[in-house]
Design a protein around this ligand. Structure first.
Ligand SMILES: C[S@@+](CC[C@H](N)C(=O)[O-])C[C@H]1O[C@@H](n2cnc3c(N)ncnc32)[C@H](O)[C@@H]1O
Length: 332
């Protein structure tokens, strides 16, 4: 791994899922009785650009509310991470939120952004390296639900390793998956590591539904882009005008679900495979679980973390949690 001359930005560690992995997951998802597609594939280059536009929508309260919390409590959050930290960000996206943390941190030693959306990751970190020329940055393109190793950073001296997982992306997992993800993150970061996690909260249904089905149709374009991606990369034959976006509240599981609803009986090809759709049948493309503070603390404890602090906005729309990885007790 070599460094670029102008900055301390390391070359990308590229573990992007292969086309074959994408194909297998799409075929598996479309073969189920409730058809599904994994939400991680919503983020190709175009999907990431559309997501950035979602973040600016008036209806999409999570981004601006989390930014407000991070701005207001940046000093406390930075203090919980400590000086000379090596910071791993899961699902780093446009890298807007990390700027607030990096500015508040005491001599951050290294930043390791992990994201599945390769081109977006490269562009975001080229920008970040220009803003923080003394910071060692080592981007990793990977699916963070699969095991991966953190890149070695020659010359970067750090005291501790910490995690940052904003955007309520943890809500995309089922509860069991979220426990599994945090347990794996705990093993990756090590005993005593602090993990800062943004978690969206249960709230009025009108506010929730509008956030996932905006008037301008940007979220609809984000959802439908997955079909466009399948057409382009996997020789699919989806006609986008034969599907529509829908956001639903699943009261039992306290989650918003995004679906693509088939507008007619139709057959669609993905390469050599064919899939039948009845009119009204849906593909479930994303879940966004909403939490209560106690419920999330319980989940974190199950994954081996002790909650140390939580910050919220005045309206209790969103929460940012600092969790500490419990010391592993060795059996005597
Ligand atoms: C909801 S967006 C949040 C982006 C940003 N962290 C924020 O707070 O605005 C989710 C981000 O996680 C990335 N992502 C989603 N699933 C992933 C996976 N399985 N592995 C790695 N990155 C993933 C996406 O590419 C996207 O950048």
């Amino acid at each position: 791994m070599s460094k670029s001359r102008e900055s301390r930005l390391e070359e990308l560690q590229d573990l992007e899922p292969s086309l074959e992995e994408f194909r297998l997951e799409v075929i598996q998802g479309l073969s189920q009785s409730q058809k599904t597609l994994p939400c991680k594939f919503l983020y190709d280059r175009r999907g990431s650009e559309i997501f950035d536009r979602i973040c600016d929508l008036p209806e999409y309260y999570p981004t601006r509310t989390e930014l407000h919390i991070l701005q207001r409590h940046a000093g406390d959050i930075a203090a919980s991470l400590g000086p000379e930290v090596r910071l791993v960000e899961f699902g780093s996206g446009a890298g807007t939120k990390i700027r607030l943390l990096l500015t508040a941190l005491d001599r951050p030693a290294a930043y390791l952004p992990v994201d599945i959306s390769r081109d977006h990751l490269v562009a975001a970190n080229a920008d970040l390296a220009r803003s923080f020329p003394d910071l060692s940055i080592a981007p990793v393109c990977a699916d963070y639900t699969e095991p991966f190793a953190l890149p070695e950073l020659a010359g970067a001296r750090y005291r501790t390793t910490a995690g940052f997982f904003p955007g309520s992306t943890i809500g995309n997992f089922t509860r069991a998956e979220a426990v599994g993800f945090l347990s794996a993150a705990r093993n990756l970061l090590g005993d005593g590591a602090v993990m800062v996690v943004g978690v969206d909260l249960v709230k009025d249904l009108d506010v929730l539904l509008a956030a996932y089905d905006d008037k301008a149709g940007v979220t609809a374009a984000f959802n439908l882009n997955l079909l466009r991606r399948i057409n382009r990369e996997l020789a699919g034959s989806f006609d986008l005008s034969h599907f529509r976006h829908e956001a639903r509240w699943n009261a039992e599981l306290e989650r918003i679900e995004m679906h693509l609803v088939s507008l007619r009986d139709q057959e669609v090809a993905v390469g050599t495979r064919r899939f039948r759709f009845r009119e009204g049948e849906t593909i479930h493309t994303e879940s966004s679980h909403k939490y209560r503070l106690d419920g999330f603390h319980e989940l974190a404890r199950e994954a081996g973390f002790d909650p140390i602090e939580v910050w919220t906005d005045e309206r209790k729309l969103f929460s940012v949690h600092a969790l500490r990885a419990r010391q592993e007790t060795t059996p005597s």
